[in-house]
Design a binder for this molecule. Structure first.
Ligand code: SF4
Length: 419
């Protein structure tokens, strides 16, 4: 039996697409292997959102050179955000790669593949479902619109059919994915929006939970917030990247909103979804970010107290507006210092928020086992571990929290757990 090996880095979109590729290979009689040396087909699903990620992809390609040379029949393919429109240039740069295909595209060289039906036979209880590809926003620092192209929404009926099938195969929780889920549907004939899609999916029997990410502060609206608050399957978890606490930096980032608008949105979300867990993304060391501007980001995070903050040091991506027009003038050591300060702040905020769960009982969807312990997530997205001899995979269980940390919770199962 031939083998395939898929290596994935980057966002949830890449992970979701890799799962679909796995399913396509399995439909065609391939078996997964964890060792590249055993594979007949290798796919690298790449990310170039930061220089460090791009370096990892290039290192991986270099590491595979000798394998490909010793076994020319091996098929080597690359997808993800490394793949731009100029595949001829990519072929010249990486001559040992047989195929490049754009993220989310149908890999034409895979014969008889049914891309839309590429669902795993035995999916995890919690899966990602892409609903919109690409991005129309062109934030000045971001390479994604150049690599993933303009926004393309999948029809409501297609997504609903897919989620029904996934539920039939055992899935309990679906996270709807897109670079900007709030612009879902504007390119479809009837112009449905994300709220309409959530309403439709919420009616699916057997589906227990719905999530969606990533939101954009300029596009998220009251209709969506109220729909998320009202629908019983939509979890109390919202991801809303702010990127900076200073309006001049937001303008240079071309984000399309100001801090005051962002704070109003957070107030509205917390008012309408009181149990909500909020996460955000922040970039430090953006060109010309002064100490004072950085301090405003720090102050905003201190005030809003997110459950999770993803912080990145600015890294210029060739081809973006920021890379062309703005000097990368914050020294690497200073970026690192600012990043560490935000990470330390967030660690103490998350510790404080999670400590409030001590002694409470939370509903957990069990997704698997790690180091002998069951692990799953609460409706608010908190990672929970517990030990028990029973088989709980895919079940909703009640866990009494006995220990908390900034990153996860530990507890024991309660006898009254439900399925
Ligand atoms: S919204 Fe901005 S940061 Fe997000 S993918 Fe689009 S361009 Fe990139």
């Amino acid at each position: 039996m031939p083998h395939y090996y898929i290596w994935t880095i980057g966002c949830q979109m890449n992970k979701a697409e890799s799962e679909r590729l796995s399913s396509l290979f399995e439909q065609q009689g391939y078996q997964a292997t964890a060792a590249a040396e055993e594979a007949d087909i290798i796919v690298l699903n790449s990310c170039v959102v930061r220089q460090s990620a791009e370096n990892r992809v290039i290192n991986k390609l270099n590491a595979l050179k000798s394998l490909k040379r010793s076994r020319p029949s091996l098929t080597l393919a690359v997808t993800g955000c490394l793949v731009n429109s100029d595949t001829e240039q990519l072929k010249k740069t990486f001559p040992l790669v047989d195929h490049f295909f754009k993220p989310g595209d149908y890999p034409q060289w895979l014969e008889k593949a049914e891309w839309e039906q590429a669902l795993l036979q035995h999916p995890s209880p919690s899966v990602y479902v892409p609903i919109i590809q690409g991005c129309d926003n062109f934030c000045s620092y971001c390479i994604v619109p150049y690599r993933r192209g303009r926004e393309r929404s999948r029809p409501v009926a297609e997504i609903t059919g897919e989620v029904r099938e996934l539920v039939y195969r055992g899935v309990k929780e679906v996270t709807l994915l897109g670079q900007n889920v709030d612009s879902y549907g504007h390119d479809l004939p009837d112009k449905p929006d994300l709220a309409d899609l959530l309403n439709e999916l919420n009616t699916i029997d057997g589906l227990a939970r719905l999530r969606f990410l990533t939101n954009h502060p300029k596009d998220m609206n009251t209709k969506l917030i109220e729909t998320a608050a009202y629908l019983d399957k939509v979890c109390e978890q919202i991801s809303l990247p702010v990127q900076s606490g200073n309006n001049d930096i937001l303008k240079a980032m071309r984000r399309g909103y100001i801090v005051e608008h962002y704070c109003r949105l957070i107030t509205e979300i917390r008012h309408k979804i009181p149990e909500v867990a909020l996460s955000t993304d922040v970039i430090v060391g953006f060109p010309s970010e002064s100490e004072e501007q950085f301090q405003q980001t720090f102050d905003l995070l201190s005030e809003l107290k997110f459950d999770t903050v993803h912080v990145a040091a600015y890294s210029p991506r060739p081809g973006t507006i920021a890379a062309k027009e703005l000097e990368d003038n914050i020294p690497a050591a200073e970026k690192k210092r600012r990043l560490n300060i935000i990470e330390q702040l967030q660690e103490s905020i998350a510790a404080e928020i999670n400590a409030q769960l001590l002694g409470t009982t939370v509903e957990v969807l069990v997704e698997g086992k790690k180091n002998g312990k069951w692990q799953g997530r609460t409706r608010s997205g908190k990672l929970v571990f517990f030990s028990d001899k029973g088989d709980y995979l895919g079940q909703l269980v009640n866990i009494r929290i006995e220990k908390t940390s900034p990153w996860s919770l530990k507890g024991r199962i309660e006898l009254s757990s439900m399925n």
